[in-house]
Design a protein around this ligand. Sequence first.
Ligand code: GDP
Ligand code: IMO
Ligand code: MG
Length: 427
Amino acid sequence: MNKVDVVLGLQWGDEGKGKIADFLTPKYDIVARFQGGPNAGHSLEFNGTKHVLNTIPSGIFHPTCLNLIGNGVVIDPVRIKAEIERIQDSGIDVVKSLRISRKAHIILPTHRLLDAASEFAKGNDKIGSTLRGIGPTYRDKIGRNGLRIGDLQTPDFKKKYEHIKEEHIGLISFYQYSDFDLNSLEAEFFEACDFLKKFTFIDSEYFVNQELSTKKILAEGAQGSMLDIDFGSYPYVTSSNTSSGGACTGLGIAPQVIGKVSGIFKAYCTRVGSGPFPTELEDEIGENLRKKGNEFGATTGRPRRCGWLDLVALRYAIMLSGVNELIMMKSDVLSGFETVKVCTGYNAGGIETDQVPFDLCTTDVKPVYKEFKGWEEDITVCRNLSDLPENFMVYLRFLEKELNMPISIISVGPDREQTIMRLSATA
Ligand code: GDP
Ligand code: IMO
Ligand code: MG
C-alpha cells in the first residue's frame, strides 16, 4: 500500500507551501488539505501568472490531479465560492477536480463576526487574526456545537443554523460589538451554500484509505509549526494542529500511513500578526528583507515581520513533525546582504539553551548568532546546484550540518521553474 506524503511549513506560515505543493503535484494523483481554512494564502506562479489559493488544495491547476478538502479544514462557503469562481475563470473544471469531506466544519457569518468582536475586545493584546472566523469555528467544533458540510444536505440545516446563530448573537453583544449587517451577510452565505451543493461531498477518510492501494497522495498543510495550537507561541497561534499529527486527524489516516514528511522553510524568517519572534529585525535589514522578499500577506496584504533564520525554532518543528526532507525557499532574497546571520541558540533569561522555552511571550530571549559572509550574485537564474555561489553553499552546508538532514529542494524565485532539485527529492 502507498503512504501519504506530507508537505508542511516549519516556521510562522507563508514559507512557500503553495509553490512546492504545486511543483510536486505531477508525482501525485491526489492533493489533500488537512487543516486550517481561508486564513491561508498559498501562492503559485507559472506561465507568468500568479494564483493565490485559500481553501482549495494547490494541485488544482493540474487537470489530472484530484483535490480533496479534508475533515480537518474549516470552510467558509462565501470565500470558497469566490475562490472557485476565480479558478474556473482560468479554465479549470473545479466540479470535476474537487472533493470535499462531509465532516469539514462550516464557517458561519457569525463566526467571522465573533472573530472580529473578540479581537476588538482584546485591544493591544489581539492575536492579529486574519479575521476569517477560524478560531470561533474550531471552538464550536471542539465544543460540539458546529455545523458540517454534510449538514448542508439535511432538511433541518436552517433550523440548526438558527440555533447556533442565536447563541453567537448573545456572545457578540457580550463583546459590545455592533458594527455589522447580518442580513446581507446571511444572504450571501445561503447563496454560497446552494452553490457548494453542486460539488461532491464524500466520507473522505474512507476515500483516502481506499485510494492508497493504487494512488499517490500528497497532504498539504497550512500555516506553520510555530503557529500550531499546541506547540506554537500560545496564545499567538492559529486554532489547529499544523504539524504532521494534524494530517492524521485531518484526513483520517493512521500514523504508520504517513510517508515522507517534507518540511518547508524560508532561508530567513517571517511572521504576520502579533506574538513573539526572537530573531525579528526591526531595523533597515528587516526592512530590506521585507522589500526584497516582497513580504506582504497573500491573504490580507499585511506587511510581514522579518528576521534571520532561527535554528532553535526550526529544530523544534522538525522534531514535532518527524520531518525527513527539507525544502529551502526564497534563497534568492538573501543575495546582496554584506553579512547573513543564523540563530543557533537562545540566551533565555541569562541561560543558554537550544530549546524553545515554555512561554516565549514572557521569557526574555536573545538569539545567539553565527555570521556568514554574504554574496552579491543574483541566483534567481540558477537552475543547478553548481550555478550557486560558494558563499551561499557555505551557508547551505552549515544548515544541513546543524539540522542533520540534507536540503533536497532549493527555491530561487516564485515561479515553478525557479526550483533546484537535489538528491532524491521526488515521491
Ligand atoms: P504559503 O502560504 O506557504 O504558500 O506561502 P505564501 O504564498 O503566503 O508566501 C510565499 C511568497 O513567496 C509568495 O508570494 C510566493 O510567490 C513567493 N515565493 C515562493 N518561493 C519563492 C522563492 O524561492 N523566492 C522568492 N523571491 N519568492 C518566492
Ligand atoms: P499560510 O497557510 C501566516 C496567523 C495570523 C495570526 C494567527 C492567528 O498562508 O501559511 P487566525 O486567522 O488563524 O486566527 O490567525 O495566525 N496566520 C498566518 N500567518 N500564514 C498563514 O497561513 C496564516 N494563517 C494564520 O496572522 O497571527
Ligand atoms: Mg501564505
